[in-house]
Design a protein around this ligand. Sequence first.
Ligand code: FAD
Length: 303
Amino acid sequence: MSDRRTTFSIEVFPPKNDTPVESIYSTLDGLSGIAPDFISCTYGAGGNGTKNATIDICRVISENYHIPSVAHLTCVNSAREDIDEVIAQLRENHIDSVLALRGDRNPNIEPKDDFHHASELIAYLRENAPELHISAACYPETHVDSRSAVTDIYYMKEKESCGAERFISQLFFNNDDYYEFLEKTQIAGIKSPIEAGIMPVTSKKSVMRMISICGASLPKKLTRILNKYEDDPESLREAGIAYAIGQISDLIANDVDGIHLYAMNKPDIAQQIYSAVRNQLSSRPSRARVQLLREPRTVNAQI
Ligand code: FAD
């Protein structure tokens, strides 16, 4: 683990129901030249008809663009037979990597009773599709349903014990929160790589909606940017991208395992960010990181 460079991955989502699935091609074409370590594609938590699109898009990413793909898969609204069907589709489409998730509960859909948490899905996949590489989600600022950071990291460890080999984090805007979280995961004995989820902010409305769902906090510095440029989309876009580049640059300098860019199907933004950090991404990890991984510092966190 200690001599690995920082990976760079990108997340896309299936086009909305009223848009042809082929429109994803322009997003993927627009990402050309980046050569991310993988592209992941999101999956509806149920009832929105994008399920098969996820697998189709992952096949296109792997076969047409020769980039490893990761299919998100949620379980809260699925029975075992539904997951068996997805496993068959993954095999048919030669997709060997999934991000196994619980999914958000939808008040309008009665959840099924087979899977209550992502760890149960991970264990089921490990047993029934042992060929799959399984990633899972984690939460630097604690999942919104969680009683405490301690229990959240306890269940993160459980996901690893059930078979998760990598974690991708929820978006966050304050790197210090992330470093503190990483130290807690080390204390908890979590060994799998953890990728930092970064979302470039380009609209006040959409970021406010996003944080109301996922509970991420807004640092003062970013709040000032949002307030100053809320009626000036061009400047907000520029400042939001600069903020994301600053975050990513600092994360790479601190030798994080990976950066996962929530690219929101906006390849021009992904390109701008990638070109600002591409040299940093290809440099080797520092000696300081090796030391951090071997000797966790004393932190306030009690795990
Ligand atoms: P879990 O790991 O099950 O955790 C959910 C909550 O339950 C947490 O509070 C946890 O502490 C607790 N918990 C976990 N295990 C147990 C247990 N055994 N007993 C008691 N409590 C437990 N949603 C989508 O619908 N589609 C997507 O494509 C998608 N992609 C995502 C990608 C990333 C990188 C991230 C971070 C999130 C994504 N989400 C997606 C959102 C995700 O589905 C929600 O955050 C959801 O609320 C939790 O999913 P999870 O897999 O983390 O759940």
